[in-house]
Each structure stands twice: as structure tokens, then as C-alpha cells.
Design a protein around this ligand. Sequence first.
Ligand SMILES: CC(C)(COP(=O)(O)OP(=O)(O)OC[C@H]1O[C@@H](n2cnc3c(N)ncnc32)[C@H](O)[C@@H]1OP(=O)(O)O)[C@@H](O)C(=O)NCCC(=O)NCCS
Length: 168
Amino acid sequence: MPGAGESDIVLIPLDEPGLARLADTAVADALPLEVMPAADDPQGWTEELREAFLAFHRRRSLDPETAIESTWVIEVAGHAAGAARLRPVSGASAVEVEAGVWLARSIRGHGIGRRVAEALLESARDGGAVRFIVATTTVDNAAARRLISGTGADLDVRGASVDGRLEL
Ligand SMILES: CC(C)(COP(=O)(O)OP(=O)(O)OC[C@H]1O[C@@H](n2cnc3c(N)ncnc32)[C@H](O)[C@@H]1OP(=O)(O)O)[C@@H](O)C(=O)NCCC(=O)NCCS
């Protein structure tokens, strides 16, 4: 794995083919708990959890009737490597956005998360947001904490849960 500076990282708006690729990556190289807030089985994937993952993104991003956020496939050197999302949380004016990101385990720790976080921050600013919120409840979240604090956000740590807030 080259350093992130040498990697070709592209954020591609989620669509059905992208979702299928994302699910393959999640199942092969991440825990349910890391990619889906409601996944209560930290042990591993089942067919039900894969279906729940697909339903989660369809409901939140793909179905225009129910969509509440924008999601991107993080593509690294042509491979679906994870997902990034931005959710407006203050209604139509969208002054606050909540961000989330996960990466396949095999490519973590190479600076990709940092670059994706910067892209999300820029997108939030461009969209007129004034507050950037990141929440994570992963059990092993040292990298997430560093990622969030590195954006300049104030951290609120409660057990395994970390919230970051940054005024833009
Ligand atoms: C959080 C996550 C996206 C970070 O992506 P990444 O590409 O591994 O992170 P980076 O390599 O860009 O590193 C980000 C920071 O974390 C630090 N870091 C990376 N791995 C670390 C580890 N295992 N332990 C401690 N710090 C770590 C890096 O040094 C860097 O800090 P710095 O910028 O101050 O030097 C990734 O670990 C992940 O997908 N985790 C599971 C999902 C999750 O927790 N999502 C919530 C994120 S908001």
C-alpha cells in the first residue's frame, strides 16, 4: 500500500452499483459495527446484516422519498475502499452537518481517512454549513479520535462514544 499522498482517492456519489461494491468491501474487510450504527453484532457478518446494510443506505441516501444524507463511495486506486457521508441536521437551512466515514481495515492508517475528512469539511463549507459534527461509537476508536481532533474539532468523549464539533 503506497502512502496516501501517492494514492488516487476519489469520492463517487453512491448509486446502486456502488452500493453493491461497498457491501462487498464491508463484508470482506470491516465489522458491521464499524460501518452501520445499528449493527449490534460485533462478531461478524450474516446475510441479514448484509441486507440491513443495503437497506440502510437505500433508505438514507438512494430513495428520494426517504433520503436524509449524501453518501460517497471512497474509491482508492479503483477499488471501493469505504464510505463517506454528510447529513444536514438543521433542516432546510442546513447550517449543521453530521459527517461519517469508514474504511476497509486493510487500508487504514495510511492517511486516507485524513484526506477524506478534509474533503468532507470542504464540501460542508461549500454547502454553507457553519457547524461540522462527527459522532462515532466504535469500540476501538483511537484513529477516529485523532481524525476528529485533527480537524480542529472539540471532542466530547463518553465511554466508547466520541462526538466532535467544529465551527466552520
Ligand atoms: C477512523 C478511520 C476512518 C481513520 O482512517 P485512516 O485512514 O485509518 O486514518 P489516517 O491514516 O488518515 O489517520 C488519521 C489520524 O489517526 C491516527 N491513527 C491512525 N491509525 C491509528 C491507530 N491505529 N491508533 C492511533 N492513531 C491512529 C493517525 O496518526 C492520524 O493522526 P494525525 O493526523 O494526528 O497524524 C478508520 O480508522 C476507520 O474506518 N475506522 C472504523 C470506522 C470509524 O471508526 N469511523 C468513525 C470515524 S469518524
